[in-house]
Every structure is written in C-alpha cells, then in structure tokens.
Design a protein around this ligand. Structure first.
Ligand SMILES: Nc1ncnc2c1ncn2[C@@H]1O[C@H](COP(=O)(O)OP(=O)(O)OP(=O)(O)O)[C@@H](O)[C@H]1O
Length: 301
C-alpha cells in the first residue's frame, strides 16, 4: 500500500504580467485526510495546482511533495496522481488505449490498466472511443489515469464537476477510501456545497491569497452565525414562544430558521413554553455562509 506524504506550499507566488494569480501562498496538506482546496472562479486554484505539478514555474516560493519538487521526483506517476482537465483525452482513442500508452511511457505494469478501469467503474466502456464519453465518464477516466501508478498522493481539480448524483455518491466514498488508506488527497472546487460531504480539511483562497485553512468544522465557528432549523406539530405556538424569547427567526419550508442560537437554546425555549418539538438541528448551510463571508461578495458561487 503506498503511503501518502505531505504536500507543502511555501510562499508560492505566480504573476502573469500584471496579473497576480497567486500571492505568497503557504499551506500544508497532510496524508490520511481529504483536503478541499476552495475558492471562487479565478481565485488561483488551477494555477496553484499547476505549480505543484511542475506545469507552471512559480515567480517565487516553492511547492513540494514529500519535500521534493515534482520535476525532481524519480517516478512521478507512481508518486503523485493528478487529474487536471477531464476533457484532454484524444477522442479517437479508447480508454484502455489511453491508459496503456501512459503506462508504457511511465514504465508502469500494464496489468494496472484493467485494475484502475475497474476501480473507477469503466470496465464495460474500456473499448469505447473516449469521444463518445459523457463528462462524468471523462471524469472517471481522469481518475483512472491519476490512479495508474498507485500513487500515495492524489491531486484532483474539480473532480465532482459533471458527475451525476450516483457518480457523486460514488466519488465521495472513493475519496474517503483513498484517505483511509493513508494517501494524501487534495481536491479543488469552487463550490463548498459540492465537497463539504467529502472533505476533512479546507484551504480557502480568494484573489490568489489564503483566507482560511483548518478542519471543515472550523467554518461552523468562524464567519456566519449559527443557524438552527426547528419545527413543531404546533408551529404557531413555537413561533409565539420564539417571539416571546426575542429570538431572530424566519419561517422556512423545512421549519423555522433561527439565527444566532445553539440547538440546545432553541430546544430550551420550546420546552419552557411547553411546545412539542418535531425536529431540531443545526443547519449545514451555515458552512456555505461562512465560505461566502470569507471569499467575499462577487465570488461566482
Ligand atoms: N496563462 C495565463 N495567463 C494570464 N493570466 C492567467 C493565466 N492563467 C491564469 N491566469 C489568471 O490568473 C487568475 C487565476 O486563475 P486560475 O485559473 O488559477 O483560477 P481558478 O481558481 O482555478 O479558477 P477556475 O475555477 O475558474 O479555473 C485569473 O485571473 C486568470 O485569468
């Protein structure tokens, strides 16, 4: 089983003429976790990943994998698997041929080809030309390529984009399994909601600079106020009780949305007023509010 190693960005900076795409970015990505690299479109995510993979030369700073720059890795495909652009496969080739060509070039055992095709669920489409693939199938082929060398580090740019609900469910479990195996998993997305069920850690950038990093749960505390959804078979009584307690709330389809109180406090208000509660939980989209607050208005989210 390959072991993951940390990815480290140290003061990494990239300017394209007058455009500062990435500015003095420093963070570490640990093995055994799924890390979400998040930011609105144009925040600099792709440029950062391209610097990590030696495709773009940093203006300053360094990006390393287990302390080594990508270009100095002895066997890159067996150290780091990456999927940057799902659409870059030759349309006339089959999935099997594609992977076979890459395996040969990287001196990877050709037996890996059917193994990774099976892992991503493409076995029955392996002999089809990639030109006829859906976006979701291309995403799976990109993943198969990333896995070809059985690497300890996976770097995936927007891997959930284009997947259907069944594909999303599959990839969530799959990313989790890679992390449980001890690999380092870094995935980018411009949508927190898309990855929040998959990631343990988040690194958030906006306009090329780091705005937040930490466990996913850290977004619950920073930024937006707590939101709680509560409901009762006697909603009118609950509304009256919340009003009497001067709570801030609004009626929503899923129940009553209370802002700025913990679930326990809302439960107490209902209990003290003798109102039966049928549901009471913290609203997850508080994470999205925090994310929006961190990346600023105007992010294309
Ligand atoms: N080769 C290039 N030449 C000039 N500007 C570039 C180049 N590549 C990226 N940029 C600019 O750098 C900034 C960051 O782009 P980047 O693609 O890294 O962002 P991103 O977060 O990956 O966004 P997206 O999700 O839209 O791909 C943008 O302003 C972009 O226009």
């Amino acid at each position: 089983m390959p072991t993951g190693v940390p990815i480290e960005f140290a003061g990494v900076t990239k300017r394209f003429g007058p455009v500062a795409a990435v500015s003095d970015l420093s963070f570490r990505v640990e093995p055994g976790r799924v890390t979400g690299f998040l930011g609105p479109n144009g925040a600099g995510k792709t440029t950062t990943l391209r610097m990590l993979l030696g495709l773009v030369t940093p203006t300053a700073g360094s990006a390393t994998i287990g302390g080594v720059r990508y270009r100095d890795l002895l066997s890159p495909l067996s150290s780091v698997g990456s999927a940057l652009e799902a659409a870059s496969f030759h349309p006339g080739r089959t999935a099997r041929d594609h992977l076979g060509v890459y395996a040969k070039a990287a001196r990877i055992d050709p037996k890996q080809v059917p193994i990774v095709l099976d892992t991503v669920g493409l076995t029955e489409h392996a002999a089809r030309r990639v030109g006829g693939y859906s976006l979701g199938m291309r995403q799976r082929l990109g993943l198969a390529f990333a896995l070809l060398g059985d690497p300890g580090v996976l770097v995936l740019d927007e891997p959930i984009n284009g997947l259907d609900p069944e594909g999303i469910k599959w990839i969530r479990g799959f990313l989790r399994q890679l992390a449980v195996e001890g690999r380092t998993v870094l995935i980018s997305s411009h949508l927190l909601s898309e990855v929040q069920q998959s990631v343990d850690e988040v690194v958030i950038i906006a306009r090329g600079t780091l705005v937040h990093r930490g466990p996913l749960s850290s977004l619950e505390i920073e930024g937006a106020a707590t939101k709680v959804i509560v409901d009762s078979p006697n909603r009118d009584q609950l509304v009256a009780a919340l009003g009497a307690a001067s709570a801030t709330f609004e009626e929503a389809r899923a129940g009553i949305l209370v802002t700025g109180l913990e679930p326990g406090q809302v439960g107490h208000i209902a209990f003290a007023a003798g109102v039966e509660v049928s549901s009471l939980h913290r609203q997850k989209s508080g994470l999205e509010d925090s994310f929006l607050a961190l990346v600023g208005e105007g992010g294309s989210l």
